[in-house]
Write a protein that binds this ligand. Structure first.
Ligand code: 2AM
Ligand code: CA
Ligand code: CA
Ligand code: CA
Length: 256
């Protein structure tokens, strides 16, 4: 099956999951905490991941899954087809705002990224694609963003990292036109892909950065860990992405 056909298939699952999430706004949410007070998971996070896995298994029973919820957050072996799932990215926003959250999926083959899907459900903004197919936003090809420097645009950041000034994030923020903290990695990576941001810095897990990461690299943007190492799929990392110019500037300031 070619990649355009896989894109059409996965888009259908994601739109269906989005409809289920919107329909759930009338129901009482079950909310639990994970690592701390601000690290939330709801029954919709779990149900959405289960729904996407059902679709994946019907599509390809041999595919492997790396998903944030339901104890599927580790994978020993990344050979073959691997789907990486963040069923609701921005759970805090989902709970408190009922907007600014994304459904995200990535497809890897033998450890190599192929396709990414990031859907901002309430904004109805859906970015998907990869190196081979190019990147689309709601069906329209996305043109690679202009290579702006840090001083020419906005930088997205993780709130805690900015408050603690980890990796000189406050200095980076001063040079930029402004700092934005949306609480949703998918939102930031869509905005970076569409040229609304010049950089994004946050501590992220593979399911946070892999789906948007495919899009970013296909659009000629750059990403790595904050100290310049390549991103694997193994663990949480401090993630840095941006236009080539803004990325280079952030890397230099962060490691100065
Ligand atoms: P999540 O909502 O899927 O957990 C802001 O919190 C952004 O960072 C969100 O995209 C969130 O994804 C992600 N994130 C990564 N690790 C997190 C953690 N330990 N607690 C809260 N959010 C986390
Ligand atoms: Ca989470
Ligand atoms: Ca996430
Ligand atoms: Ca999530």
């Amino acid at each position: 099956m070619n990649q355009l056909a896989i894109i059409e298939e996965v888009k259908g699952w994601v739109y269906e999951a989005g409809e289920k999430i919107k329909a759930s706004f009338d129901d009482q949410l079950e909310i639990d905490t994970k690592s701390g007070r601000t690290d939330l998971v709801t029954d919709m996070d779990k149900a959405t991941q289960d729904f996407l896995i059902e679709k994946i298994m019907a599509f390809d029973p041999s595919a492997k899954i790396l998903g944030e919820e339901n104890g599927q957050d580790h994978l020993q072996d990344v050979s073959g087809r691997v789907f990486i799932i963040d069923p609701i990215d921005g759970t805090m926003n989902f709970v408190l705002e009922q907007e600014n959250f994304c459904i995200m999926l990535a497809l890897y083959e033998d450890g190599v990224s192929q396709l990414g899907f990031v859907y901002n459900v309430m904004k109805d903004e859906f970015l998907y694609g990869g190196k081979e197919t190019g990147v689309f936003c709601n069906g329209k090809p996305v043109t690679p963003p202009v290579n702006k420097s840090l001083s020419e645009g906005l930088v997205g950041m993780n709130q805690v990292m900015f408050q603690r000034n980890d990796w000189h994030t406050q200095e980076i923020g001063k040079i930029a036109m402004g700092v934005r903290m949306t609480g949703c990695a998918g939102y930031e990576l869509i905005d970076l892909s569409l040229g609304r941001r010049v950089a994004y810095i946050s501590r992220l897990a593979p399911w946070d950065y892999a789906p948007g990461g495919v899009l970013i690299e296909a659009l000629g943007l750059t990403m790595s860990t904050i100290d310049g190492r390549a991103l694997g799929l193994e663990e949480r990392e401090i993630f840095l992405a941006g236009t080539q110019k803004a990325y280079d500037e952030c890397l230099e300031i962060a490691n100065s």
